[in-house]
Design a protein around this ligand. Sequence first.
Ligand code: AMP
Length: 113
Amino acid sequence: MSTLFEKIAAGEIPADIVYSDDEIVAFRDINPQAPTHVLIIPRRPIPTVLDLEAGDAELVGRMVLVAGQIARDVGVDAGGYRLVFNCKEDGGQEVYHIHLHLLGGRKMSWPPG
Ligand code: AMP
């Protein structure tokens, strides 16, 4: 069974894709929590950040770099933005295919809810 995000990466489910390469896809969140809310995912399904292995370090680093490039492209780099990985139930994770939330375009509060 493919995850929802594998299907988006494969083009089987429509999404507003803002970035794509051979290992990473980024698309706008369907229920945005900020004026800019983009999800950056690996094409390869990894359930949670706890499942990352040493060999995935470059992939995760590239996800952060892609987030920075998108932030520049959409113009939230000057004001700043927030990057979030939710992990499992207490972290608020709903989709078990790792995704980096890029949130920007408004002032974020702390602590998060
Ligand atoms: P998380 O709670 O960290 O697992 O985040 C999952 C995110 O996926 C939520 O912010 C949802 O709004 C978002 N989401 C769920 N389904 C879709 C979809 N079909 N297209 C885009 N974003 C989605």
